[in-house]
Ligand binder design. Structure first.
Ligand code: GLY
Length: 253
C-alpha cells in the first residue's frame, strides 16, 4: 500500500499520566513535543500529507493515534481499545478518517488496538494481546475479508502490542524480535532478527520506500541498510517511556 496521508495528534501536557509499564522514568513533555515535530517532518519528507490534530483533553495517550483505527485501502475500522481509559479516543479519530474512508466500528465485547495489527500486502496479522481479544480480532478479520483480504491471529506473549516486536520493512521481509523469530505464522517471510539488547528497534516504521527507525540501535541499522532503502533515524525516547514508538504515533494511508 502506497501511503499519501497520515493522521497524527500532538501530545498534551498530561502525557505523563498515560498508561505505561516502562521503568525509564517520566517523559519530558517539552522534549516530547520536539520529537513529535521531528516525526511529522520525517513523514513529510516521505511524501505524506500530514494532519496534526490538537491534543485530546483527558486522554493522555491520545497521541498514540494508531491504536484507535485500522486503515486499509478499502475501509477504516474504528477500534474498541483494550484499555478502558483509551476508549474515548476513537470518536475524534473516526471524525478525521470519515473524509477518506467508509468507517466500520468494532463492537464490545470485542477489543482491539491498532498497534496489534500488521498489514503486509493484502494480509493482516492480528496480535492477540492484553489489548486485543479473540472477538475483536475476528471482527476486524471479517471486515477486511469482505474486501478480499486475509488474516491470521498471532498470540503476543511479549511486548505491549504485536508491532512493538514485528514490522514489515519490505513486501517480503519482517523485522522482528527473537520472541517471534520462529513463529510458524511468519515463516513465509525473510526475517531480520534484532538483538535482544536492541529489541525496541523492532518498532521500525516503513513509509513507502523509506524506513524510519528509532535512534541508537547500530546493529539493527546495519542489518536494515542491506535492504538498500533510505533510513531516517529519530529519537523517540520520551514516547518510549510511555510504551510508545514510531508506529503508534500515526495512522498512514
Ligand atoms: N501508553 C500507551 C498504551 O499503553 O496504550
Amino acid at each position: 500500500m502506497t501511503f499519501t496521508h497520515a493522521i497524527t495528534r500532538r501530545p498534551g501536557k498530561d502525557m505523563a499520566s498515560g498508561i505505561t509499564t516502562s521503568t525509564l522514568g517520566p517523559p519530558d513533555c517539552i522534549k516530547a513535543l520536539e520529537q513529535f515535530d521531528a516525526y511529522v517532518d520525517a513523514l513529510n519528507r516521505c511524501g505524506l500529507s500530514v494532519t496534526v490534530l490538537d491534543p485530546l483533553e483527558g486522554h493522555p495517550d491520545g497521541h498514540f493515534v494508531e491504536d484507535a483505527a485500522v486503515v486499509t485501502p478499502d475501509v477504516a475500522v474504528i477500534t474498541n481499545p483494550g484499555a478502558p481509559p483509551r476508549r474515548g479516543e476513537v470518536r475524534s479519530i473516526a471524525a478525521a478518517l470519515q473524509h477518506y474512508r467508509q468507517t466500520v466500528w468494532v463492537q464490545p465485547p470485542g477489543t482491539i488496538d491498532g498497534g496489534d495489527v500488521l498489514m503486509v500486502g493484502r494480509h493482516f496479522f492480528i496480535g492477540l494481546s492484553d489489548r486485543t481479544n479473540q472477538q475483536g480480532a475476528r471482527q476486524l478479520g471479517e471486515a477486511v475479508t469482505g474486501f478480499g483480504c486475509t488474516w491470521t491471529p498471532v498470540p503476543v506473549a511479549a511486548g505491549l502490542h504485536f508491532k512493538s516486536s514485528v514490522n514489515a520493512v519490505s513486501e517480503d521481509t519482517l523485522l522482528l524480535t527473537r520472541d517471534f523469530a520462529d513463529h510458524p505464522a511468519l515463516a513465509g517471510f525473510h526475517r531480520i532478527v534484532v538483538l535482544p539488547q536492541e529489541a525496541y528497534a523492532g518498532n521500525t516504521l516503513r513509509v513507502n520506500d523509506r524506513l524510519i527507525m528509532p535512534a541508537g540501535f547500530p546493529d539493527t541499522r546495519q542489518k536494515l541498510q542491506a535492504l538498500g532503502k533510505p533510513i531516517i533515524e529519530l529519537d523517540v525516547s520520551e514516547f518510549r517511556k510511555m510504551d510508545g514508538g514510531l508506529t503508534c504515533l500515526s495512522l498512514r494511508f
